[in-house]
Design a protein. Structure first.
Length: 316
């Protein structure tokens, strides 16, 4: 536990994941900042900062998870309130960065909402962003301010190391996730395989081919996000059909929208390992889901930013 008698380091939160913000503050040994995020009668967001932040180094913990528009507006308005209250530096701690999947134009007249969100945050007055497992690395370049990017793979790798599984193989559910899968495979000292899929439309995936030796392997599928769980569950069925002995799935961000929980419950996946960047509602807790905490990692990164130290050293 680290004590800061002058309280120049302050942690605030919106309504997206207050439990995570509280855990981060406890890890750092400081109280959570006093403030409220409320609604006017017409639904507009109203933020009230209830303590002085003048000259303080302020970190606002707010994943932009569902309802994404509500939580994004809470974050923007909180940043504006802190800037107008003369905070010395404001860092947006965004464990899950919403709108990240629209990071390029894939067809005519598509928006690039990952860039739009970056513009909104910068205009609101944020000085720095701390995020976990951005959907695409190039999103860091959408900002003209510093962005510290924390990978979720080390947390997932430590968990699977502790399970002591034999004959493991890491699988990327698509070509875009190969770098993440290779990172996990290197940490576990195993090989990788790749599922070749196509998306005829958003949230719809079709398995085309499996590249790699699957037979007899305990497979760990890794992705940054599990949303509707279509890709993961279809992938698990295809892997077992190709001779895999067992399938595990893991991700950093458990969006779990629509039919996701029902699909995971009915799937042949042995265990689904996620982190708590997004809070898991009680009605989505099922026996095969394991939740890993990220508060200590985010807390350590916040401390290093506060002390102007290297964040990348956390992963050396």
């Amino acid at each position: 536990m680290i004590a800061y008698p002058d309280r120049r380091l302050k942690i605030f939160t919106g309504n997206a994941n207050p439990a995570l913000a509280k855990q981060i503050a406890e890890h750092l040994g400081i109280p959570l900042g006093q403030g409220q995020v409320m609604r006017f009668s017409d639904g507009e967001v109203h933020v009230r900062i209830e303590e002085s932040v003048r000259g303080a180094d302020v970190f606002v913990v707010q994943p932009t998870s569902a309802p994404v528009n509500e939580h994004l507006m809470e974050l923007l308005i909180t940043i504006d309130a802190l800037r107008r209250a003369s905070a010395r530096r404001i860092t947006a701690v965004i464990p899950y960065y919403g709108y990240a999947r629209q990071d390029r134009k894939t067809r005519a007249r598509d928006p690039i909402t990952a860039k739009l969100t970056a513009n909104l945050l910068t205009t609101a007055g944020v000085d720095r962003v701390l995020a976990m497992d951005l959907h695409a690395g190039q999103i860091q370049g959408f900002f003209d301010i510093p962005v510290d990017h924390l990978p979720g793979v080390p947390i997932l790798a430590e968990y699977f190391k502790g399970k002591g599984l034999q004959d493991m193989l890491v699988v990327s559910p698509d070509l875009g996730g190969v770098t993440r899968a290779r990172d996990l495979a290197n940490r576990l000292g195993v090989d990788i395989a790749i599922i070749d899929k196509r998306r005829p439309e958003p949230n719809v995936a079709e398995i085309m081919n499996i590249i790699g030796r699957i037979r007899g392997k305990r497979v760990i599928m890794i992705d940054d996000i599990i949303d509707t769980a279509g890709t993961i569950t279809q992938g698990a069925e295809a892997l077992l059909a190709q001779g895999a002995s067992e399938v595990y799935a893991c991700c950093t961000h458990a969006v779990l929208s629509g039919p996701a929980v029902a699909r995971l419950s009915a799937s042949p996946i042995t265990e689904v390992v996620i982190t708590d960047t997004i809070p898991l509602p009680t009605d989505k807790h099922i026996a095969k889901i394991t939740v890993l905490p990220v508060a200590s990692l985010l807390g350590d990164a916040i401390l290093r930013i506060y002390e102007d130290l290297s964040v990348s050293k956390l992963f050396d």
